[in-house]
Design a protein around this ligand. Structure first.
Ligand SMILES: Nc1ncnc2c1ncn2[C@@H]1O[C@H](COP(=O)(O)OP(=O)(O)OP(=O)(O)O)[C@@H](O)[C@H]1O
Length: 240
């Protein structure tokens, strides 16, 4: 395996009953990259993410992370969903540590709260948080166990446009700081080209094309224009 590769996906197929969702999918995921999976609704994006997370098994093919076969839950990956899945009876801090009072765990959790801008909310309950704050907490929790891979399944789908934009920036910043490999499933092509350095188009049960995006996270006018062109190209290819 090339040193630069974190994950190899080889000849993956996934079938539900008579329905072939994915067929002969091959993909390499590189260390520290930010990958986005896009495509039509029902095209198999979340299915591929769940296979990577080890939440489901392929009918054919194999997925390896750091040369280890993913056969059951991928304990080196953490997932974030559209719904926050927080524990309402635990404080914000305890949601990260799962109520561990271990000094190192507490310290790490506090550092993560600083990173996502929730320092002063450590002792409140999640019901007191806004939708955006809940997703910040969900991000901090996902990072707590030092995963090698962060899997994001439409985590910003329920947020208003402004909060969504702020969360996009926060996730980019946090992923760069932590140097964590990230895979994002999104319906929003603009979000994909804003956040990811490679965008994978899933179509007709497989990977139709992989788009390189050198303008990830750059906010100059030129970068925005180039991203808009890439987004247009992707949209065309989804539709045609
Ligand atoms: N557990 C399951 N049992 C049966 N069919 C399923 C199951 N999970 C997904 N499917 C089907 O597999 C197909 C792909 O679903 P998947 O959720 O991966 O698509 P998606 O691209 O993520 O869609 P969306 O963007 O709408 O979330 C769909 O037709 C869906 O109905």
């Amino acid at each position: 395996m090339t040193a630069n590769i974190l994950m190899t996906i080889r000849d993956i197929s996934k079938v539900y009953g008579q329905h072939i969702v994915l067929k002969n999918v091959d993909l390499d995921v590189y260390h520290h990259e930010f990958l986005a999976l896009v495509g039509k609704s029902g095209g198999g994006k979340s299915t591929l993410l769940r296979l990577i997370a080890g939440l489901e098994q392929p009918n054919n093919g194999e997925i390896k992370q750091s040369d280890r076969l993913i056969e059951k839950t991928n304990d080196k990956a953490r997932m974030m969903f559209q719904e926050d899945r927080l524990l309402p009876w635990m404080s914000v801090l305890d949601n990260i540590t799962f109520a561990s009072k271990n000094t190192q765990a507490q310290k790490e959790a506090k550092n993560l709260l600083d990173l996502v801008g929730l320092t002063e909310y450590a002792d409140v309950y999640p019901t007191k948080l806004s939708g955006g704050q809940k997703q910040r907490l969900a991000l901090a929790r996902a990072l707590f166990a030092h995963p090698d891979l962060l899997l994001l399944d439409e985590p910003l789908g329920a947020l208003d446009a402004l909060t969504r934009r702020n969360m996009q920036d926060l996730i980019i910043k946090v992923c760069q700081k932590k140097q964590i490999t990230t895979i994002l499933v999104t319906h929003d092509i603009n979000e994909a080209v804003r956040m990811a350095n490679r965008i994978v188009l899933i179509k007709d049960q497989g990977i139709k094309e992989v788009f390189e995006n050198p303008y990830q996270g750059i906010n100059t006018t030129e970068a925005k224009e180039k991203r808009a062109l890439i987004a247009d190209d992707i949209l065309e290819k989804i539709l045609n």
